[in-house]
Design a protein around this ligand. Structure first.
Ligand SMILES: Nc1ncnc2c1ncn2[C@@H]1O[C@H](COP(=O)(O)OP(=O)(O)OP(=O)(O)O)[C@@H](O)[C@H]1O
Length: 253
């Protein structure tokens, strides 16, 4: 059965003051697909990712044109509650950023902020999220210890668990493994394979092998434009565009 569109950017342009960082982006994300955003430094990948859950709203000089649909709702419509939106579209950043709190409280945080008070429900959800993030076995006996005592790779999986605890529909990942060693990176990639059974995942990565390993669809960005998008296999074995080919074969970027 054909997978449905989960999100779609339509004619999306983005400006930092007078500087245009994105030009008329058209890109859709299907449910339970992993989409990799690739391209040289400064081409707008992170800016685009942040447009997908309105994180750029926090930058006062910024301006957006066009639409981003979640289902059939434009997330930039005036009626949209941004806090609720970010619950539906979770985000994991380049550097693990756990709060200086216990492992348990890091994962419970989003539930508490959203007004959940039922202790059993919170405990159940914390366990479920830690299991989904493949971290439960490693931390189940130290839930009350500080998250800051964990390894970098564990901290990143904790941040993924924290994002999952509020049951999002889409997961945005901005170079989630770039600060991690190869073993911790492998764990994150395995995790992405598991998580895509449930979520749509959009990942920014500089690592071409990683994009090829984890994604179903790849979009190549260059200077604020999408140059080429398609099945990851096709993009990596038979790109149509010369710039795409040069980038993925390491000739520039
Ligand atoms: N807060 C900001 N204010 C002004 N310009 C910005 C801001 N953030 C990014 N830019 C500019 O927008 C362009 C796109 O940046 P962005 O970080 O989205 O690129 P990127 O492809 O994610 O790069 P990288 O791979 O290096 O992270 C760059 O020219 C950058 O200098």
């Amino acid at each position: 059965m054909e997978k449905k569109w989960k999100m779609q950017a339509r004619g999306l342009s983005f400006y930092y003051g007078n500087f245009q960082a994105l030009y008329d982006i058209e890109l859709g994300f299907r449910e339970r697909d992993v989409t990799a955003l690739i391209g040289p430094s400064g081409c707008g990948k992170s800016t685009f990712l942040r447009c997908l859950n309105r994180m750029n709203d926090l930058i006062p000089i910024s301006r957006v044109k066009g639409e981003v649909l979640l289902g059939d709702e434009n997330i930039y419509a005036p009626s949209v509650d941004v806090v609720r939106l970010r619950r539906r579209i979770g985000m994991v950043f380049q550097k693990p950023n756990p709060f200086p709190k216990s492992i348990f409280e890091n994962v419970a945080y989003g539930l508490r902020v959203n007004g959940v008070r039922d202790k059993n429900m919170i405990a159940g959800q914390v366990e479920k999220s830690l299991r989904q993030a493949a971290l439960w076995e490693e931390v189940k006996d130290r839930l009350q210890e500080s998250a800051l005592g964990m390894s970098g790779g564990q901290q990143q999986r904790l941040c993924i668990a924290r994002a999952l605890a509020v049951e999002p529909e889409v997961l945005l990942m901005d170079e989630p493994a770039s600060a991690l060693d190869p073993l911790a990176t492998q764990k994150i990639e395995e995790l992405i394979h598991e998580l895509k059974k449930v979520y749509s995942i959009i990942i920014v990565t500089h690592n071409m092998q990683q994009a090829a390993r984890v994604s179903d669809v790849t979009a190549f960005f260059y200077m604020g434009h999408i140059i080429e998008t398609g099945d990851t296999d096709t993009i990596f074995t038979n790109p149509k565009n010369k710039q795409t080919e040069e980038y993925i074969t390491g000739r520039f970027g």
